[in-house]
Design a protein around this ligand. Structure first.
Ligand SMILES: C[S@@+](CC[C@H](N)C(=O)[O-])C[C@H]1O[C@@H](n2cnc3c(N)ncnc32)[C@H](O)[C@@H]1O
Length: 205
């Protein structure tokens, strides 16, 4: 699709090839995404899932305030947010399917907790965690998302090996949180793919 406005190729070079293959097999209908930015991943979800379903739901959570790394790069997050709305509106307009896109402009910990309170436990087929990269945030995103995920549903983590530039502190990176989560939830989940610095787990019980 030529008319989208994306200023980076993060999604193209990380999840796109994996999702193309994964969704052919799993065809998720209820998706939650933490960290939507300009909507590259959201637009792909809209285009791809339109091939399989007459209707589907996407919940997109973002503060649109940027992470530490975006603040250092002095990115104008107001423009990023505007591009998210423009891009996803275009994707929805170009699809003939009934798409429920719900956006939550808040910290993921707040939205995920509210979704649990609002009876959305065991609801989602696929959850993508690509919000804050700080270990404590990734860990809370993982634990709350696991509660919201159906049995046999899948969580994808981006940036397993990402490091905050100029920092040697492990707590500013996702890896220690993803490792802790996968270890502690090992009896209830299975790791089934780790391509392109990403980790995918399935909820088994
Ligand atoms: C790396 S970008 C997401 C990229 C997007 N998934 C893509 O593929 O194009 C991370 C996003 O997470 C958001 N974010 C950072 N901390 C957050 C938090 N605690 N809760 C919700 N969103 C957060 C930022 O505003 C930013 O837009």
């Amino acid at each position: 699709m030529d008319n989208y406005e994306f200023t980076n190729n993060w999604f193209e070079t990380s999840a796109k090839a994996i999702w193309s293959q994964l969704f052919n097999q799993t065809k998720p209908k209820k998706i939650l995404e933490i960290g939507s930015y300009e909507g590259a991943s959201t637009c792909f979800l809209i285009e791809k899932l339109s091939l399989y379903h007459d209707s589907f739901e996407i919940y997109a959570i973002d503060t649109w305030d940027g992470g530490v790394e975006h603040k250092e790069m002095k990115i104008n997050m107001k423009l990023v947010e505007e591009r998210f709305h423009k891009n996803t509106s275009l994707a929805i307009k170009n699809s003939s399917k009934k798409i429920e896109l719900k956006t939550f402009k808040d910290k993921s910990i707040n939205t995920l907790s509210k979704l649990i309170t609002n009876q959305k436990s065991n609801y989602f087929d696929f959850i993508y965690i690509d919000g804050s990269h700080m270990a404590s945030d990734v860990l809370s995103d993982a634990i709350l998302s696991f509660e919201l995920l159906k049995i046999n549903g899948i969580i994808g983590f981006d940036d397993y090996l990402w490091k905050l530039p100029n920092s040697n502190n492990l707590l500013t990176n996702p890896k220690i949180a993803i490792d802790s989560f996968t270890n502690i939830f090992a009896l209830r989940s299975a790791i089934f793919r780790t391509p392109n610095h990403q980790v995918y787990i399935k909820k088994t019980n």
